[in-house]
Design a protein around this ligand. Sequence first.
Ligand code: MN3
Length: 199
Amino acid sequence: MAFELPNLPYSQNALAAQGMCQETLELHHGKHHQAYVTALNGFVEKDPALQGKSLDEIVKLSHGKADMAGVFNNAGQHWNHILFWQCMSPSGGGIPGKLEAKITSDLGSVAAFKDAFKAAGVSQFGSGWAWLVLGSDGKLKVTKTPNGSNPLATGEGKVLLGCDVWEHSYYLDFRNRRPDYLTNWLDKLANYDFAAAQL
Ligand code: MN3
């Protein structure tokens, strides 16, 4: 069965008051994410070895293989964006107590977490993603990946939050100001209830 673009968990204008306008979501979800799904389905159609595999399986089996870079980029980006839509909410920004306690215990404080996440996103040269993950040692950590990669592929842990730092994610709302996009994302858009539910 072909992979499909999931519906957004909110309307396309639901995040406008929090700094992500309707046009950004129309293009990002309807054009960019759709393009990754279409390209991935094209690869699966041509390669029997990919047919019947789950998205997670395709991400993992194509990671690090030069001759499967196109498959990995599109499968990774499909996986990343399915998660990204869930990592934002029209009522975002508020951190539930259980997650705040875990962040404070593992990363020092909420402020230290936000500083580390922003630093990861800002220092990702070119396109990529910033992540909050639960590592195999049971501790939270902040990490980043280039382009379409993700912690599922790299084995860095279970994702609680992922933020897209490709320019298409913020250019209409913040122009070139990626640090401002990340500050706003962490303070107003991030769905910490979703993050807490992954613990
Ligand atoms: Mn994107």
